[in-house]
Design a protein around this ligand. Structure first.
Ligand code: SF4
Length: 401
């Protein structure tokens, strides 16, 4: 059956906001310092200290969506980085070596903004540290980081103290670069905006608990842009107010993102950026809506609290899904299945991101919900076959019938 995907009207505003963000980075004069930050690194602190913040993982995702990653990865391989490690890292460094960027098409930028400092958090993986270290050597600028925990069950006071202390320890390095004093009230304000952005983003995602769901994972992975690169600003909050209004209207009108929604799926793992649209079309043509995902939920930070900025940032960064034990993750997924009325789970086993691939140690066998594993990658399309994935997904939907 030929079903259509309903377009989200707020998308035109999203495009303008993202283009303005990239342009603002390009237009920075020497009075403005630029920090590169990992996706769940201390962005709130960087903004509070007056930095413009650039997120290389967002740039990596743009490369993936452009389907040009394979052209770039070989350049990073020639520089000594294995084809088996994070393809955000290899495609991003490769694009830099090749002097190309997808920001050219998105906002007319010829190159990525040059960093004054690179700041990472190892909550997600070690790759971000290696990735940022390459640029720190290239630009000869400082690199600083927060070493967080992996395989966490309970998040204890000791974990929070350890991460919180490291965030505070970044301040002297950052002050030397900006030549300004740290101001706790400014940080509280940024954390408050970040908390608001997170709360609105959560409400946006929770609209998909309605049947039919007004948005899918394939929409949300695009609309999460402001939550990733503009958290801690009023621009991101204003955007999610707008998007939320549109989605609530869809809910009250009974309008689904997928026409005649029949299956409700959960996406576990990274997106396959170069096949994002193909997979959205394929699944919607069968009436399958992917109505929730771990990936999009990863930018919900319930613990942020402007009254307790350092410890609450530490709880948010250290408590990420990706940093938890399998049993913690299984409980989380079970709760999502319940909340979003899920029929089946799609596990994406991404070849170059074992950190965010949860099917490798038998999780699909342990969870009660029916599931399918698809093999692919976030950026490297040589590791993905649309035909094989289609066969596997269609067989899975038949099984759900
Ligand atoms: S979590 Fe995965 S995709 Fe993200 S930076 Fe680390 S290895 Fe790359």
């Amino acid at each position: 059956m030929n079903r259509t995907i309903k377009k989200i009207e707020s998308t035109s505003d999203l495009k303008k906001i993202m283009a303005a963000y990239y342009s603002s980075l390009a237009e920075c004069d020497s009075s403005k310092k630029i920090a590169w930050c990992s996706s769940v690194g201390p962005a709130e602190l960087l903004r509070a200290m007056g930095f413009e913040v650039f997120f290389p993982e967002n740039h990596g995702a743009m490369i993936g969506a452009s389907k040009k990653a394979a052209d770039y990865i070989s350049h990073a391989n020639a520089a000594g980085y294995s084809p088996d490690i994070c393809s955000y890292l290899t495609s991003d460094i490769g694009a830099f070596i090749k002097k190309e960027t997808p920001m050219k098409k998105a906002a007319g930028l010829d190159k990525v903004p040059e960093p004054d400092v690179l700041v990472y958090c190892t909550n997600q993986c070690r790759d971000v540290q290696d990735w940022f270290s390459w640029y720190a050597r290239h630009f000869d600028v400082p690199i600083a980081g927060v070493e967080s925990f992996r395989g966490l069950g309970e998040l204890t006071r000791d974990h929070v103290n350890a991460v919180s202390a490291q965030i505070k320890n970044l301040i002297p390095t950052l002050e030397k670069i900006t030549h300004t004093r740290f101001d706790i009230d400014r940080l509280r304000k940024v954390v408050e905006l970040s908390q608001r952005c997170s709360s609105l983003w959560k409400q946006v995602l929770e609209t998909a608990a309605s049947v039919p769901a007004p948005l899918t994972f394939f929409d949300a992975a695009i609309h999460m842009g402001p939550a990733v690169v503009l958290r801690g600003t009023s621009t991101a909050c204003d955007y999610y107010e707008l998007l939320l209004k549109e989605l609530k209207q869809r809910v009250s009108d009974g309008t689904g993102a997928v026409e005649q929604e029949k299956y409700r799926l959960y996406w576990e793992g990274m997106p396959i950026w170069g096949a994002h649209r193909d997979l959205a079309t394929l699944l919607s043509s069968h009436g399958a809506g992917v109505v929730a995902s771990t990936y999009c939920n990863s930018w919900i930070f319930d613990s942020l609290d402007p009254q307790d900025p350092f410890d609450s940032m530490a709880r948010a960064y250290a408590g990420l899904f990706i940093a938890r034990t399998d049993s913690w993750k299984e409980n989380y997924i079970a709760q999502q299945v319940e909340q979003f009325n899920i029929n089946g789970i799609v596990f994406h086993e991404a070849k170059t991101c074992p950190n965010n691939s949860n099917s490798m140690y038998a999780m699909p066998k342990r969870i009660k919900t029916p599931s399918v594993v698809i093999n692919g990658d976030l950026n490297d399309l040589r590791l993905f076959s649309l035909e094989q994935t289609q066969i596997r997904l269609e067989a899975f939907l038949e099984r759900l019938d």
